[in-house]
Design a protein around this ligand. Structure first.
Ligand code: DHB
Length: 377
């Protein structure tokens, strides 16, 4: 029908999702583009319509800074009238938006950042990424069981790094181990070299490292330049260091490196095989754990809307998300109804060559791990 007014009146209402990501700067490749590609892939595969509503994704560049992130969130709420705020590639960016989520009663879906306390900043925060304590206790346990008594820690000096440092120390010392040095390096423009000299001189059994996604390449480069790969000091880390986005470019020096994390592109499940194949086709790169956090964040949004029959009341949506469980490309996951944080498997992995490419190959599993910091409260 030409120019039909009734057809317009019947047009579906639109539900907007504001996806705020670092699309420029040092975290664009490992975080921003990965999450954006995953969110778009989710919509392409599941349709841009759910519970009678049309889904519209609005992607904004936060430039990795809290002030810009807060301003963008405000604009998305006031001008675009989004029903969801999502993304949050770094902890300070998630913190910056939490008060706005509370005031506006808008679900804030944390798809990336990993500091434990983030979910405590607003009752409207729900997380689909991970927490550093959740993935760190596993590598501390592995270290104790594998003869590592004296360890040093090296972490990025902000929320997730401090969480990783504390969890590793508590867990290793509880098992009779000892921390012989704690090094914190700045998040911005880090130079690891002078700190690595300290490690060489101290000669611990192992060096435990956390740096955020995207910084692992530079760390490994300087680790090799300083000769630590030949020092007999064992390198162990969270999987942030051997991020799938850049692992293959780090080279054979990573072979045998043991890490713990919640996602590997090599996770052997049919769901993951399908995800990796579709993601590679769409984005021309391997998905990393950030992509999976974005994918699952979209799933959470879609399923919550189904449960509320398309009602976008923020309180109802968060209630719908509590206790939800599904099979992610990473394995089975759920949203803890008490904390709104994610419960998931944590895998112990070793870097190996598979079909000529470096991968984190999983060899043992801690099942259904909650955030241990909140579980202990
Ligand atoms: C955070 C960011 C990362 O890129 C990562 O790998 C882990 C944690 C964060 O800022 O919380």
């Amino acid at each position: 029908m030409l120019g039909s007014a009734p057809a317009q009146a019947q047009a579906q209402q639109t539900v907007k999702i504001g996806l705020i990501l670092p699309m420029t700067g040092p975290f664009a490749g490992a975080i921003g583009r990965q999450i954006e590609a995953a969110a778009k892939l989710y919509i392409a595969q599941n349709g841009a319509s759910v519970a009678g509503k049309t889904i519209e994704l609005i992607v904004k560049d936060d430039t990795g800074t809290p002030d810009v992130t807060r301003r963008i969130a405000q604009e998305l709420l006031v001008n675009d009238k989004v029903s969801f705020l999502a993304g949050f590639g770094l902890t300070p960016l998630a913190f910056a938006v939490a008060p706005l989520a509370t005031q506006s009663k808008t679900p804030q879906i944390v798809m990336a950042a990993g500091t434990s306390s983030i979910t405590e900043q607003s009752p409207f925060i729900v997380r689909t990424s991970f927490t550093l304590p959740q993935v760190t206790i596993g590598i501390a346990d592995w270290a104790s069981k594998n003869g590592i008594k004296k360890a040093m820690t090296l972490v990025a000096d902000y929320g997730p790094g401090l969480d990783a440092e504390k969890s590793f120390k508590e867990r290793l010392t509880a098992a009779g181990g000892e921390i012989t040095g704690e090094i914190r390096i700045p998040l911005r423009n880090p130079d690891f070299s002078p700190f690595l000299q300290r490690v060489t001189d101290a000669k611990p059994d192992a060096l435990f490292v956390f740096v955020p996604s995207g910084l692992g390449v530079q760390f490994m480069k300087q680790f090799v330049e300083r000769g630590l790969d030949k020092s007999g000091i064992r390198l162990i880390a969270t999987g942030d260091v051997t991020d799938d986005e850049s692992l293959d470019s780090m080279g054979d020096v990573t072979l045998g490196l043991v890490t713990t994390h919640h996602y590997s592109a090599a996770h052997p499940s049919p769901e993951n095989k399908a995800f990796v194949e579709a993601f590679r086709k769409a984005a021309n790169v391997r998905p990393n754990f950030m992509a999976v956090g974005g994918w699952d964040g979209m799933h959470l949004i879609y399923e919550a809307l189904k449960k509320t029959n398309g009602d976008t009341d923020g309180t109802k949506l968060v209630e719908a998300m509590k206790g939800m469980s599904w099979i992610s490309p990473r394995g089975p996951i759920s949203i803890d109804p008490k904390t709104r944080d994610i419960i998931q498997n944590v895998y112990v992995r070793k870097v190996e060559k598979v079909n000529g490419e470096l991968y984190n190959v999983e060899f043992s599993t801690f099942e259904a791990v909650p955030d241990p910091v909140k579980a202990a409260k």
